[in-house]
Design a protein. Structure first.
Length: 128
């Protein structure tokens, strides 16, 4: 099943992890939410992070809410692979974990207990 209004772009040479991105997106944001998921390399992640957050280093995930029903998530596979080891998670599981984190941000939530509860519910539903 493919969610409406959802695109995935891989700008890297890496193989994408096996994660039910469309199903998770639909459960978190609904069918009508328009989402672009882009997988980027470290240099592109660093450039985006520097441009929009003033932090001159690559990061594993960046999410941008364009309006109430549209957003974009960038995931850096290389950085996520490094970070998965730090968090003692399998790579595919960590990508799903990050994706859920980004989706919850797109719902307008900031770090805190409310966001944590929303993430936990989604992680349980998808075994992350």
């Amino acid at each position: 099943m493919v969610a409406e209004n959802f695109t995935i772009t891989n700008t890297t040479k890496s193989t994408l992890p096996r994660v039910p991105f469309a199903l998770i997106k639909e459960k978190a944001l609904g069918k009508k939410y328009s989402l672009s998921l882009v997988f980027v390399g470290e240099k592109q992640s660093q450039n985006i992070n520097n441009t929009y957050r003033g932090k001159n280093n690559p990061t594993n995930i960046l999410s941008f809410e364009y309006d109430k029903n549209e957003g974009e998530i960038f995931i850096c596979l290389a950085k996520a692979k490094q970070d998965a080891k730090k968090f003692d998670r399998e790579f595919d599981n960590f990508i799903a974990f990050l994706f859920i984190h980004g989706l919850v941000h797109l719902k307008g939530m900031e770090h805190g207990s409310r966001m944590e509860r929303a993430e936990t519910a989604l992680r349980k539903k998808f075994g992350v």
